[in-house]
Structure formats: C-alpha cells, structure tokens
Design a protein. Structure first.
Length: 347
C-alpha cells in the first residue's frame, strides 16, 4: 500500500428539502385546510478518526464527497425524509486545512473522534406551517436552505513518541528495523527512505512509537532533495534522535546541517529535546571513533551516544534514554493538565 500523507478533496453538505403547498380534498370534509408538510433536513459532512487506517491513499482516486439532500415535503402533513450524512474516515493525527493550506479547520487524534465540517441545510416550511386565524388558506411554502461546499486539504501527521532525523544514509532505517518489527527498505545509497515509517519499540520501562522520515540535506527547506514536508510527522514527537554517520568526514558539519533545516522549518522542532548519536560505529577503530565523538560533542554541546545497529552496540542505552525523555514529557503534561497517569490494563 502506497503511503500518502496529503490529499485535496471537495466536500458539500446536503440542501434542505422544499416545503409543500397542499390542501385537503376528501369526501365529507366540508372545510379542507392546508396540509403541506415541511421539507427534510440535508445531511451534514463529518470527519471521523478510525484506528485501522494509517494513510490517506483512499482519497487519491476519489476527491468529491457530498451528503444527501433532504426530501421535499408532501401532502397530508407528511414531512420529507432527512438526507444521510457524509462521514469521511481518516487515520489518527489528520488535520483538515482550508484551501490556503494554512488555516486549520479541524484535527482528529483519537479513534472515534468526530468533527462536523459542514452543516446541512434546513428544510423549508410547508403551507400548513403558515396557517393562522387570519390566513386560513396560505398558498406559499419555503424552499430548503442551500447546501454548503468547501475545498479542503487533508494532512496526516503521524502520531509518534520519538522521531529519527539525520542526513540521508545515516542509518535511520537500519536502526528502526533493529529496535522494532518495522521492515523499511534499506540500501547503501542516499534517499532509500522515500516515505515515513513507524515502529513500536518495546522497552522494560515503557513502550513507545518511533518514526523514521526521509533524510534531510542542505537547502531542504528551499526544495532540495525531498524537501522538508515530511518533518510535519515529527511535530507531535516528544523527543528526537539525531543520528550522525560516524564514517562521514565532517560529523559536526552534518549535525549543523540538519539542525539548520529543523530551525528553518519551524513548528518548534529545533526546540524539542534532542538525543545525539553516532551511528555505524562498528565501521571505525576506537581511536578514530573517539576523535569523531569529541568533534561532535564540541558542536552539539552534549555527549553523543555511540551506536551500531549491526553489532547492537549502544542500542539499549539509546532506547532507555528515549523512554526516559518520553516519560518526563508525559509527566510534565499530566502536571500541566491535572490528568492522572494512564496505566496499562491488567487482569
């Protein structure tokens, strides 16, 4: 299944049904009055978060979604049927943006969450509604209210606790495959990862979701490489794991390049908690590795972890550090909102 994280769709609610002009015409009824029924209400347009979706591929080949209009009223005081709602199912973490792609209209993050995007038109009143002591035979009815229509963008931001960043071919996909059951494509050339991926990491202290995105290069915010659009999947992360290839000639420059792109993208990514690690440490001798670590430490102003996804060196330590930072962020959120700690269910 192809990963798609952005789609443009057209939505329209249902128009209200027209009211009816009708009079009773029955045998032995001496004074047959108005009996025109009201029109039915048009259907609404809803966006609903469902748990079994992880991409917006359903909206690549279908872009128009319309709710049903309400039925017109009929004689004998029969009201028209209401139109059926249109429900748009999206994966968790989906934003609904206006056509300008800047104004957020709605956001759904929890399965079962629903937001009404457009409201259906009310049905018109039949002539029985206008009957009064001075107007015994009204000969007019209201039309239903028109439908609402809108063109919106759906944008998926993966819900992950931690995210992987780095230059292309820095070992991000290999690390994800090592620590989780995810099986991303891995090759020895840059930009092997073309689409974001998720993996569930099992840790004794805490299980968490790790996201992998395509690599960044210098000038990505200006469109170089694959750009920075995929960085939107890291906006919900609590902590970032910045992998730097230990075999590169300038590890400090590689770190600065990615940090500059995170700052240029904005959305607070450059202010998120960052854990720095040197990857592919199994390819260097200890003396060279020590020099590289000192160079990166001077640039990042923090001690980098030494990691090798092939040999397993430092992997458990990095996972424990990520779990610790996620737990700290959750504790801070609970303190700010006053919510209680969510514990896993046990029999």
């Amino acid at each position: 299944m192809k990963f798609l994280d952005q789609a443009k769709i057209y939505i329209a609610s249902g128009a209200g049904g027209a009211g009816c002009v009708s009079f009773r015409r029955e045998k032995f009824i001496e004074f047959g009055g108005p009996d025109g029924g009201d029109g039915g209400r048009g259907g609404d347009v809803w966006i609903e978060c469902v748990a079994n979706l992880n991409t917006l591929i359903d909206y690549r080949y279908r872009q128009h979604f319309k709710a049903q209009p309400g039925k017109a009223g009929m004689g004998q005081n029969r009201a028209g049927a209401a139109g059926a709602d249109m429900v748009i199912a999206v994966p968790p973490g989906t934003e609904v943006l206006d056509e300008d792609q800047a104004t957020v209209l709605a956001e759904v993050t929890e399965p079962g969450q629903r937001v009404r995007l457009l409201q259906g038109g009310n049905g018109g009143f039949g002539n029985a509604h206008f009957k009064s002591s001075t107007n015994r035979a009204p000969r007019h009815a209201n039309p239903g209210l028109p439908a609402q229509e809108l063109t919106v963008w759906l944008r998926l931001k993966l819900i992950a606790d931690a995210g992987l960043v780095g230059l292309p071919n820095a070992g991000k996909s290999t690390f994800l495959a090592t620590v989780s059951a995810a099986r991303p494509k891995i090759a020895d050339y840059p930009f092997t990862t073309l689409h974001p991926g998720l993996g569930m990491v099992r840790d004794p202290a805490r299980d968490f979701v790790l996201a992998d995105i395509p690599g960044l290069i210098e000038g990505a915010h200006e469109g170089a490489g694959l750009g920075t659009r995929f960085l939107g999947h890291l906006e919900r992360c609590r902590v970032l794991l910045h992998l730097v290839d230990a075999t590169s000639e300038d590890v400090a420059g590689a770190w600065r390049t990615v940090r500059a792109e995170l700052k240029a993208y904005g959305a607070g990514l450059d202010r998120k908690k960052e854990i720095v690690a040197l990857s592919k440490c199994d390819a260097l001798d200890e003396d060279t590795l020590t020099a590289k670590a000192a160079e990166l430490r001077a640039a990042a102003r923090k001690k980098p972890h030494l990691v090798s996804a092939v040999s397993g060196r430092g992997v458990k330590e990095v996972i424990a550090a990520l779990a610790h930072e996620i737990a700290k962020a959750d504790a801070a959120d609970r303190a700010a909102t006053g919510a209680e700690e969510r514990r896993p269910w046990r029999p």
